[in-house]
Design a binder for this molecule. Structure first.
Ligand SMILES: [Zn+2]
Length: 48
């Protein structure tokens, strides 16, 4: 299961599970990178 993602800006996002990781990543994108939107599959693709 992937629970960790490093954003290109350097922020490390970790979730308890994939669902939380996707949600936290989308929140980070909305807050810090307006205009960047990724779907679940794309987020999990770059997650580790
Ligand atoms: Zn970022």
């Amino acid at each position: 299961m992937k629970t960790r993602l490093t954003c290109p800006c350097g922020t490390v996002i970790t979730g308890a599970d994939e669902d939380e990781l996707v949600e936290l990543t989308q929140q980070h994108l909305a807050a810090e990178h307006p205009g960047m939107e990724y779907g679940r599959d794309e987020i999990l693709f770059i997650a580790t």
